[in-house]
Design a protein around this ligand. Structure first.
Ligand SMILES: [Zn+2]
Ligand SMILES: [Zn+2]
Length: 379
C-alpha cells in the first residue's frame, strides 16, 4: 500500500521507485564555487532536500552575476557569494543545514571537511582549483562531479576514487600548458589563472548543473554512474555524447590517504607541536609554501611565508631592479628548524586539515580536531 501524504513536501519524490528522501536529508555535499553553475547546483540541492550543504567561494557578487545567478538579487552587489547563496538555500528549503565559507578552496578548506562529505560538486572556472579538488577527493576517497561551461555548451564529469580515471588523467598537454604548471617561474602562472571571464548563458548553466546534481543524486543513492568519463553537450548542434578517460598509472593525483587519526591540534598549533605529538621528525606540506624571494642580480631577499596559491606575479618582482626574483618553495618542515616554530596556519595549512608527519619511512596522518567545531558549524 502506498499512502500519499499531501502535506509531505517530498511526497512526489517518494513516488520514484528508488528514491530515499531520508538518505538525502542525512547527506553532506560540498559545493565549491557559487557562480553560475554553483547557483544552479545549490538551488537544485535545496529543492531536493539534501540535508547538509557546505558552500565555498572567495568572491563577492557583481552586477554581471545577476544574469546567471538565481540565488542573487539586485542590491546584493558587493556581498560575499558564499554567504548570500547559503542564505538563499535556507530560504528555499529550511530543512537544509548550510555552512558558508567565504574563502579560497585551496588554502581555506581542510581535508577534514572532504572527509565528512558524501560527494563534492565542483562549480569552478579554472583548472588549478579543479586539479586541487581532484587530489583532495582522491586523498579523502570521495567522489566528485565537475562541471564546465562556455557560451551555450558544457561538460559534466564524474570521478570516483580510488580506481578509475581522475580529472588529471583526462588532462591534455594543452591543459597543462594553459595552467603553466611546467613554467620555469611558478609565480607567473598566478596571473593566467584569472581564466574565469568565459562568457556563458544561464541556459547552459542550468543544463550542466542539472546533470551535475543528478549525478550527485545517483551517487548518494548508490546508483551506477559512469565514472572517469565526461558528458559533453554542444548546444549549437545539440550533440550529446560520453567520452571515457583512460586511467594513467603515472598520474600524480592518485594518492589515497589511510583514515586519519584525530589529534588534539588546530591550525593555531605550531608545526613542532604536530611533529612532537607523533614523535616524528618532519612535517610534509601539501601546499606549496613560498618561504622567500631572492633577486639573482642585486641580492635583495624578501621573506614571504605564504602559500604559493595566494601569491601574485607582481610580488615576485624585485623592488630595486624590477627583475623577476627566484622563488624558494618548501614542502617539508624539519623538527627544530626556525620554520617549525611557525603555526600550521602560517605554513599554509587549512583549518580542520589533515597533516602528514614522518619519521624515517613511517608516515602518520593527523586530523586537526580542535578546528572541527568551528569548521563544521552547520546553520
Ligand atoms: Zn589520474
Ligand atoms: Zn633586483
Amino acid at each position: 500500500m502506498f499512502v500519499i501524504d499531501e502535506n509531505d513536501r517530498y511526497g512526489r519524490f517518494r513516488l520514484i521507485s528508488w528514491w530515499r528522501q531520508e538518505r538525502l536529508l542525512s547527506a553532506k555535499v560540498l559545493v565549491v564555487g557559487a557562480g553560475a553553475l554553483g547557483n544552479e547546483v545549490l538551488k537544485n540541492l535545496a529543492l531536493l532536500g539534501v540535508g547538509h550543504v557546505f558552500v565555498v567561494d572567495y568572491d563577492t557578487i557583481e552586477s554581471t552575476n545577476l544574469t546567471r545567478s538565481v540565488l542573487y538579487r539586485a542590491g546584493d552587489e558587493g556581498r560575499p557569494k558564499a554567504l548570500r547563496a547559503a542564505a538563499a538555500v535556507k530560504q528555499i528549503n529550511p530543512d537544509v543545514k548550510v555552512r558558508a565559507l567565504n574563502g579560497n578552496v585551496i588554502t581555506d578548506v581542510g581535508l577534514g571537511v572532504y572527509g565528512e562529505m558524501d560527494v563534492v560538486i565542483g562549480c569552478l572556472d579554472n583548472r588549478e582549483s579543479r586539479l586541487w579538488i581532484n587530489r583532495q577527493c582522491w586523498k579523502a576517497n570521495k567522489p566528485w562531479v565537475d562541471g564546465a561551461i562556455q557560451e551555450i555548451s558544457g561538460v559534466t564529469k564524474v570521478f570516483v576514487p580510488p580506481a578509475g580515471a581522475c580529472y588529471e588523467c583526462g588532462m591534455t598537454e594543452a591543459d597543462y600548458r594553459l595552467m603553466n604548471l611546467k613554467y620555469s617561474c611558478p609565480l607567473l602562472k598566478r596571473e593566467d589563472i584569472a581564466e574565469g571571464k568565459v562568457p556563458t548563458a544561464p541556459t547552459i548553466s542550468s543544463i550542466v548543473a542539472g546533470l551535475q546534481t543528478q549525478e550527485a543524486l545517483k551517487l548518494l543513492h548508490g546508483l551506477p554512474v559512469k565514472a572517469g568519463a565526461a558528458m559533453v553537450f554542444s548546444g549549437e548542434a545539440n550533440n550529446f555524447y560520453i567520452t571515457s578517460y583512460q586511467r594513467k598509472e603515472d598520474c600524480l593525483s592518485h594518492e589515497t590517504y589511510p583514515p586519519a587519526e584525530d589529534a588534539p591540534l588546530s591550525v593555531a598549533s605550531a608545526a613542532e607541536d604536530a611533529i612532537r605529538f607523533a614523535g616524528a621528525t618532519t612535517l610534509q606540506l601539501d601546499r606549496d609554501l613560498l618561504l622567500d624571494l631572492a633577486c639573482p642580480r642585486c641580492g635583495v631577499r624578501r621573506p614571504m611565508m605564504k602559500p604559493l596559491a595566494l601569491s601574485h606575479y607582481k610580488e615576485g618582482l624585485c623592488e630595486k631592479c624590477g627583475g623577476v626574483m627566484l622563488t624558494n618553495i618548501v614542502h617539508r618542515v624539519e623538527a627544530g628548524s626556525a620554520t617549525a616554530k611557525r603555526t600550521l596556519r602560517e605554513l599554509g595549512v587549512a583549518p580542520y586539515d589533515v597533516v602528514r608527519v614522518q619519521s624515517g619511512r613511517d608516515t602518520r596522518f593527523l586530523r586537526l580536531c580542535e578546528d572541527r567545531d568551528r569548521t563544521m558549524n552547520w546553520e
